[in-house]
Design a binder for this molecule. Structure first.
Ligand code: SAH
Length: 380
């Protein structure tokens, strides 16, 4: 029995949207502007407790606390800092489960020794980076079982609530002392879990992040392993991030071996969904492709990718496997990665090789397994 389970069930404010807060204050016989004050306190000021809502009279704060309300901001349980500036956070949720959230500063000073001219840094803030990306988790663990991914080894424990998805972002912004939109912050929903298997909470979180936290949807990207019906739903959303699809193989045989979910939604089904996806002006779909040595990284595979994506407004992000304990694949050499990339580029598909970030702290793609379970369990 964990001690927090014995407490009164808390009513968490974080995760409530404008409509829900309007009802809440109406139920307390308070004027409607109190809802806006709550929105500001929770999402803009990122207050840690109801006692700090200074726009509220003391009696109202006490009333909310007495009724069992808390804000419910998750806590930083551990913080790992990489030599490349990446920070991996282990975030503790109110039930004691943990997820990982990663902070990746980019631009001048974000990385030691990136060879940038000293003069350039004048354009950047005193922090030494000019934009940063936060990689956000959507579930505790993951159910999708991709064979190269460390998170898959955890299985799925539960979905995150909208408040827990937003809470990761708020916690990291506070820890880094930054505030959008003045500070350029991008979000990628590419942490632990499959966002499209927690669709409603994910979408609610996106709306709160856009409307209340102030991060533009154009600065957000969600990645899916290929949950085809949700790709369709996602295309109909009025507010939505950009779409990335984890392709990871160029034919069904290999993809099914690497991503068992391909049995349910084959490449043909997936690519059809991508072709049908209603893109905005100048928008492209990003396809991620993890290169596994001798498995899916041959130039013949690259040719197959070209065929799959022909005529589709797309770009490709190649990721050389980030190895890890329990993963039976090897990382290809840089030469093989370039050869693969060149085939795509020659056929006119913009193709980038994603630099691994925070490999030394197991924060790179697919490494968001709770390596802490292995690395730090004696300390817990
Ligand atoms: N479940 C979603 C969101 C996670 S995104 C999805 O699958 O898209 C995580 C990204 O990291 C995916 O593109 C995945 O293919 C990639 N990835 C997973 N394990 C990896 C590893 N060991 N090395 C490199 N990339 C990996």
């Amino acid at each position: 029995m964990q001690p927090y389970m014995t407490h009164l069930a808390h009513n968490l404010l974080l995760g409530l949207d404008r409509g829900e807060l309007v009802s809440l204050v109406a139920g307390l016989d308070e004027p409607a502007y109190r809802a806006q004050q709550l929105l500001d306190g929770i999402y803009r000021k990122r207050l840690e407790s109801i006692d700090r809502i200074s726009t509220f009279p003391q009696a109202l704060r006490s009333k909310l606390v007495g009724d069992g309300y808390t804000i419910g901001l998750p806590a930083v349980e551990k913080r790992f800092v990489s030599i490349d500036g990446t920070v991996r956070y282990l975030i503790a949720l109110t039930d004691g489960q943990t997820v990982e959230t990663v902070w990746m500063p980019e631009g001048d000073g974000g990385e030691a020794g990136d060879g940038t001219e000293a003069g350039d840094s004048a354009q950047n803030g005193p922090r030494g980076w000019d934009r940063a990306t936060i990689c956000v988790s959507s579930q505790v663990g993951c159910a999708v079982d991709c064979q190269f991914c460390l998170t898959a080894l955890l299985g799925v424990k539960r979905n995150l609530t909208a408040g827990e998805i937003v809470g990761q972002v708020l916690r990291v912004l506070t820890d880094q002392n930054v505030s959008p939109p003045q500070d350029r912050v991008n979000l990628v929903f590419m942490g632990m879990g499959e966002p499209f298997l927690n669709y409603d909470n994910f979408i609610k979180a996106v709306r709160l992040l856009v409307e209340e936290v102030g991060i533009a949807e154009s600065r957000m990207t969600v990645s899916t392993a290929g949950i085809v019906p949700r790709i369709h739903d996602f295309g109909l959303e009025a507010i939505r991030p950009k779409l990335a699809i984890s392709l990871n193989a160029s034919n069904d045989e290999t993809r099914t071996r690497l991503m068992p979910i391909n049995r349910k939604w084959s490449l043909a089904t997936l690519i059809t969904a991508a072709r049908d996806f209603p893109l905005r002006n100048r928008e492209r779909i990003t396809f991620e492709y993890v290169l596994l040595d001798g498995v899916n990284d041959d130039t013949t595979n690259a040719e197959e990718v070209v065929t799959l994506l022909r005529g589709l407004p797309s770009k490709v992000n190649l990721i050389a496997l980030n190895p890890g304990p329990g993963i039976d694949f090897l990382t290809p050499t840089a030469d093989r990665v370039s050869a693969f990339q060149n085939v795509l580029i020659k056929s006119g598909i913009p193709t980038f090789v994603r630099r691994p970030r925070g490999r030394d702290i197991f924060a790179a793609c697919g490494q968001l397994k709770r390596t802490v379970e292995i690395a730090t369990s004696p300390a817990l």
